[in-house]
Design a binder for this molecule. Structure first.
Ligand code: TA6
Length: 309
């Protein structure tokens, strides 16, 4: 489910220089917003899903068409309202380092009647045993409890909720006890309220979230891999060394593979190996979404996951 989907414009250049004219070497337009990426990655992982979310105006129509182009079942709510267009995000990918810098629009503020329609849609659609993935920026909704509200509605219906949010939306979302959260390193520091410097500090910060009763915490850590808490156990997912082309969207790929692993009843170690491989295969593509499944299967052979506690 993507509250604030986007059209992604990926801008490639040699090296970004402030206060200079930066000549682009290539551009790419693609679908943006973390939930849309999860839908597409799940499709590539052979897991059936429906893409939910709110799309606005012409950009919204484009987002729906792009999603359908990937073969995803789309059940977005689409609105044509004066002056309201789904946002555009910009990703700067520098050849030197191949790292992705994101510039994201806020998107038009959604009126409460629209978020209420989404809550109603979820009440009618989901059933016990389903998984609901709430992911991406929600700053287009003023009420920071929006993810908690959606989580509570889904949990009452027997649905497992996966939350990948940031800022106050993430902090507030913890109160509704989702099944899994997927912060990145910066988001983990934000929740902890301090800089985390070592693996031991990250593990301690995850343990301090026990009061929220979160069965899984999966923290992606850029080029360092990931640390995952599953119940009382902790796992270190080591990075797989490849030549990165664009590291944008790797966290979405990692989350998608965890969802697929749970859906397919795979062991946690196996699931995390696939997640590492899928995220790495995603980093080898120019696009912020999607990956090469054959390459991911090869990379899985190189994945290393250690139980650390
Ligand atoms: O993770 C990559 C990405 O999904 C991009 O495609 C971009 O649109 C962005 O994240 C959106 O993130 P946000 O947190 O703003 O929803």
């Amino acid at each position: 489910m993507t509250l604030n989907p986007a059209v992604d414009k990926i801008l490639f250049l040699d090296e970004f220089q402030r206060s200079r004219t930066n000549r682009l070497t290539q551009t790419l337009e693609t679908i943006g917003g973390k939930g849309t990426h999860v839908s597409i990655n799940l499709k590539l992982l052979d897991v059936q899903s429906s893409a939910l979310g709110i799309a606005l105006g012409e950009n919204g129509k484009k987002i729906i068409e792009l999603l359908e182009g990937w073969g995803v079942k789309v059940q977005f709510l689409h609105y044509e309202l004066p002056g309201m267009e789904s946002r555009t995000n910009y990703e700067i990918v520098e050849k030197s380092g191949h790292l992705c810098t994101m510039l994201t629009e806020r998107g038009p503020l959604l009126p409460v009647c629209i978020t209420n329609c989404l809550l109603e849609q979820i009440r009618g659609l989901v059933k016990a045993g389903d998984m609901l993935v709430l992911t991406g920026d929600a700053s287009n909704v003023e009420d920071t409890s929006i993810y908690s509200q959606l989580t509570r509605v889904a949990k009452e219906l027997g649905v497992k909720v996966f939350l990948d949010a940031s800022g106050d939306y993430l902090k507030e979302g913890l109160n509704s006890n989702p099944f899994l959260i997927k912060p990145n390193f910066e988001e983990m520091c934000f929740i902890a309220g301090r800089d985390l410097r070592t693996e031991a500090e990250i593990v301690a910060a995850m343990q301090s979230l026990d009061e929220f009763d979160l069965p899984i915490i999966a923290m992606t850590w850029g080029g360092n891999g990931a640390i995952v808490k599953n119940g009382r156990d902790f796992y270190r997912v080591h990075p797989i060394n490849v030549e990165t082309i664009n590291d944008g969207g790797c966290g979405d790929a990692f989350l998608s593979a965890i969802i697929a692993g749970i859906e397919k009843n795979m062991s946690i170690e196996e699931t995390l190996k696939v997640a590492a491989a899928v995220a790495t295969a995603a980093a080898e593509t120019e696009n912020t979404v999607g990956f090469n499944p054959t390459r991911a299967a090869q990379l899985k052979q190189l994945a290393v996951v250690d139980k650390i506690q």
